[in-house]
Design a protein around this ligand. Structure first.
Ligand code: PGA
Length: 255
């Protein structure tokens, strides 16, 4: 049984004051504690403490980070460690988002190291994969995602794999308003599960949660979440307003 995860990726948006306002607005939504959905918000590092201190009134919301370094501590200017994130109240970390691959040179090797470090520290990694538009157009998207999955998770134990959440985010659908159709999402999620089955066996493959990301919003979440292999969403733009984040939780609870 895979619990649906609705994860907000705020990217480089929402400073501490805006974060406080978001949680105040989310409290006003009067959502009952979700029964079958996990809710997660991943603010920028600077806003993590503001978010964590607001959770007393929303104990069912979890807090995650958008990146982390793979070393414990030391001379890594500008970086942040897993223990610092835990101290700030994080339970999850997004790893290898396509924006980190594209603008910050993160490779499958770095992504594997970071995912491992997050697992070792007892946090939950949400490790991202996904093809760019040219790869989809040329028909190489399945191969591209296969390489990313193998590059990120080769050598993992079945326990490590089952503790990892995968986010499939077709880059052409991120922030563009263009969403993968539910069929396209399902087809790739099933493909990812088949690679996991080859690598770790079918039981582990069935237990790994695979989120969809790329312009998911209240208008399209229901049909995406209805697909067999879509276990939640990694949501950028539509997670920035408390009202639409709350609506996504309601949709996940109803689906
Ligand atoms: P989007 O971003 O929902 O704004 O497309 C998703 C993501 O990049 O995680």
């Amino acid at each position: 049984m895979r619990t649906t995860l609705i994860a907000g990726n705020w990217k480089m948006n929402m400073g501490p004051r805006e974060t406080e306002a978001f949680f105040e607005n989310l409290s006003k939504e009067k959502l009952a504690s979700p029964k079958k959905t996990e809710a997660l918000i991943c603010p920028p590092f600077i806003s993590l403490i503001s978010a964590a201190t607001r959770l007393a009134s929303l104990p069912w919301v979890k807090i995650g980070a958008q990146n982390v370094h793979f070393e414990n501590n030391g001379a890594y200017t500008g970086e942040i460690s897993t223990s610092m994130l835990q101290e700030a109240g994080c339970t999850h970390v997004i790893i290898g988002h396509s924006e980190r691959r594209e603008y910050f040179g993160e490779t499958d090797t770095i992504i594997q190291k970071k995912t491992r470090k997050v697992l070792e520290s007892g946090l939950t990694p949400i490790t991202c994969v996904g093809e760019v538009l040219e790869e989809r157009k040329s028909g190489s998207h399945f191969d591209v995602v296969t390489t990313q999955v193998k590059g990120a998770f080769e050598g993992f134990s079945t326990a490590e794999m089952e503790a990892t959440v995968i986010a499939y985010e077709p880059v052409w659908a991120i922030g563009t308003g263009e969403t993968a159709s539910p069929e396209q999402a399902q087809e790739m999620h099933a493909h990812i599960r088949s690679i996991l089955a080859e690598m770790f066996g079918s039981e582990t493959a069935e237990n790994v949660r695979i989120l969809y990301g790329g312009s998911m919003k209240p208008e399209n979440a229901g049909e995406l979440l209805a697909k067999r292999d879509v276990d939640g969403g990694l949501i950028g733009g539509a997670s920035l307003a408390a009202s639409s984040f709350a609506e996504l939780i309601r949709i996940a609870e109803a689906s």
